[in-house]
Design a protein around this ligand. Sequence first.
Ligand code: CP
Ligand code: NVA
Length: 303
Amino acid sequence: MAIRHFRSLLDLSSGELQQIISRAGELKRERQAGIPHALFPNRVLGMVFEKSSTRTRVSFEAGMAQFGGSALFLSARDTQLGRGEPISDSARVMSSMVDVLMVRTFKHDTLETFAEYSSVPVINALTDAFHPCQLLADIQTFVEHRGSLSGKTVAWIGDGNNMCQSYINASRLCDFELVIACPQGFEPDSALVDANSDRVRIVRDPADAARNAHLLVTDVFASMGQEDEQEARLKSFAGYQINTELLSHAASDALVMHCLPAHRGEEISAEIMDSPDSVIWDEAENRLHAQKALLEFLLNAQR
Ligand code: CP
Ligand code: NVA
């Protein structure tokens, strides 16, 4: 039986994605009601981190504990990965000892190599190209507050980065229109945009993207690994901020999301982050529930 990996959202069919989102809602309600769900006793998740994390680490680790299993934090610095042991060898060895692997790394190819040599499912916990786990939480959050994303318009404001590219994949699976407002030179991958040109469009003016949108999303101007570009990017992205003025162009019931961590006063105003239109805190919490549903899906697919 082929191993199911989660390298990007496109490893799921539209129906499977819906099933995971719906299950995430159930798991959330169970947890809120204090109903235990120790569905995976003794199962172990290996968590490989080559970049920093708060939400991803806590949600995966807590999720496995709530399932009755456990999670191992494996930083590149402290494992032989940081000393140059080949990814292929590391993946073979680690996957012989754990039930599922989660990898946060720089190059998307590194993640693909992990998946190629792993004998258990590999989850993309962020690469320079995609952050699909965050999209599971974002989709769950929209569904919770407003119902299906199908037929809706989403405005991406800012860098055409890993989050933006994951929104492009989501637009295909969830059937929404995506309008990306980014400065020249900061577009998402052109092949990805072209492959989705029936529903994805790039504009320069954030107000054009926000107009009548049902969801406004942004992310930091400089992602992990781009710290040296922070100052230059601040200049390039001037005006690309989700704030009250920008939101005034959107649909009256528009929501605001941000994957966090946020830089208040740069890509998003402090006022918007805590406004009633922002669902950022639900979005962060839903990382837990959505990834538990994903883990359950992948582990059950192995049976
Ligand atoms: N949104 C997100 O992935 O957060 P962390 O980098 O804290 O895991
Ligand atoms: N685009 C950001 C997302 C962080 C969760 C980064 O890659 O740093």
